[in-house]
Design a protein. Structure first.
Length: 132
């Protein structure tokens, strides 16, 4: 019971953190909504949803482990639907797992590049200050 309370407490913290990030950057969230509307007119609602989710995580700098969790959840659920002979659900869950995991890896690479770039500029500025 205590473990469940810890999990819900952690989820509550994540949602409050997300709400705080959205409250601090309403223009960027509006931009993501605009991206969703534009992509929904060009492609399917699923493509629009995943692109908007990608840009939301990119702009708000959210934790990529959320996407990994959902990707692994869909990957875990796919075989159970295969047992119950529902090939369309298996295909859809496999696609969703791929999308979530791909987004998580790509966003992790972007975060890594951001960190390297920030460290590069910090070192460069320190060297410049020493030489001045």
């Amino acid at each position: 019971m205590q473990k469940i309370q810890q999990i819900f407490s952690k989820l509550k913290q994540v949602f409050f953190l997300l709400a705080e990030k959205i409250r601090r950057r309403p223009v960027l969230v509006a931009l993501v909504i605009l991206i969703y509307v534009l992509f929904n007119n060009v492609w399917t609602y699923q493509a629009a949803f995943f692109w908007s989710l990608f840009f939301l995580f990119l702009i708000l700098n959210l934790d990529n482990r959320i996407l990994i969790f959902y990707g692994l959840l869909f990957l875990f659920l796919a075989p159970f639907y295969s047992i119950f002979k529902q090939p369309l659900a298996v295909q859809r869950f496999s696609d969703y797992a791929y999308y979530f995991l791909f987004m998580a890896v790509f966003l992790q690479l972007i975060a890594y590049m951001r960190e390297k770039l920030v460290n590069f500029w910090k070192i460069r500025n320190q060297r410049y200050e020493k030489n001045s």
